[in-house]
Every structure is written in structure tokens, then in C-alpha cells.
Design a protein around this ligand. Structure first.
Ligand code: SF4
Ligand code: SF4
Length: 57
């Protein structure tokens, strides 16, 4: 199952977007980040760098 970002926790810092090896993460109109489940390869990099642990498997 692909990772997803808890929008209530996301601070909008963009760190995870920079770390994703397959560019699966993008920012929404509300400034929160989201993961495209079709692109995510479940590497866990986003969860590893997020300061608030918003991405979850
Ligand atoms: S690293 Fe965490 S807080 Fe920053 S944009 Fe990604 S999910 Fe949001
Ligand atoms: S788990 Fe890996 S591939 Fe999936 S969104 Fe996070 S950094 Fe990108």
C-alpha cells in the first residue's frame, strides 16, 4: 500500500517532496502536501525526513 500524508499534521515545509525519488509528492492549493499512490514505491524516505511524522504507510 502506498504512503499517504496526514493533512492535519503536515506543516507544508516541502522536505518530503525534495526527498522522494520518484517525484510522487506534490503540494495542493491549501499548502499541504499529498502523495500520488500510483507513483509511490513505498521507500519510506518521506516518513524518514518529515519533522512531524505526517507520512504514513
Ligand atoms: S515533510 Fe512532513 S510536514 Fe513537510 S511537507 Fe512533507 S509531510 Fe508536510
Ligand atoms: S514512500 Fe518513498 S516513493 Fe512513496 S511518497 Fe514517500 S518518498 Fe516517495
Amino acid at each position: 500500500m502506498a504512503y499517504s500524508i496526514n493533512k492535519d499534521e503536515c506543516l507544508g515545509c516541502g522536505t518530503c517532496e525534495a526527498e522522494c525519488p520518484v517525484s510522487a509528492i506534490s503540494v495542493d492549493e491549501d499548502g499541504k502536501y499529498r502523495i500520488d499512490p500510483e507513483l509511490c514505491i513505498e521507500c519510506g524516505a518521506c516518513a524518514g525526513v518529515c519533522p512531524v511524522d505526517a507520512p504514513h504507510a
